[in-house]
Design a protein around this ligand. Structure first.
Ligand code: MN
Length: 139
């Protein structure tokens, strides 16, 4: 891992940010539960994320905190997830499918592709009648 976090590091950063946003803290036990992995795995990854400067241990307080760099990366990951959510939502795909497919592809898309999908969503939002035509054509 150089500057680009690995796929699983991205999952951790994303989840740490979500936990902090939702509950104000990201404890190892909560990360393990929500990612469905063992606490030992979390501890290993957290060590790596610390070494890479993404995460700080805040001893005896609120668990883990993201560094400025970690937060920036995590916000990008979160934005990318939201772009994909919006894209799948305008296609009227169900929540469960969306969730599974986004988890499957989100780490494998280039910035240019994500930007194109974002632009497509904005386009359809500006021309809802075009989107409607498209959706009708499928049914
Ligand atoms: Mn995600």
């Amino acid at each position: 891992m150089v500057d680009v976090p690995s796929q699983s590091a991205e999952d951790y950063l994303e989840r740490i940010l979500e936990l902090v946003q939702e509950t104000g803290q990201a404890r190892v036990v909560d990360i393990a539960n929500s990612l469905n992995v063992r606490q030992a795995s979390v501890t290993n990854m957290v060590k790596k994320l610390c070494d890479l400067g993404y995460v700080d241990h805040e001893k005896y307080k609120r668990g883990l905190v993201l560094t400025k760099k970690g937060r920036e990366v995590a916000l990008k990951i979160q934005r990318r997830h939201e772009t994909l959510s919006s894209f799948f939502s305008i296609l009227e795909l169900d929540e469960e499918t969306q969730k599974r497919d986004i988890e499957g592809i989100e780490h494998h898309l280039s910035q240019g592709t994500v930007k194109a999908l974002d632009d497509l969503v904005l386009f359809f939002e500006s021309y809802p009648e075009v989107l409607k035509k498209f959706l009708n054509s499928r049914s």
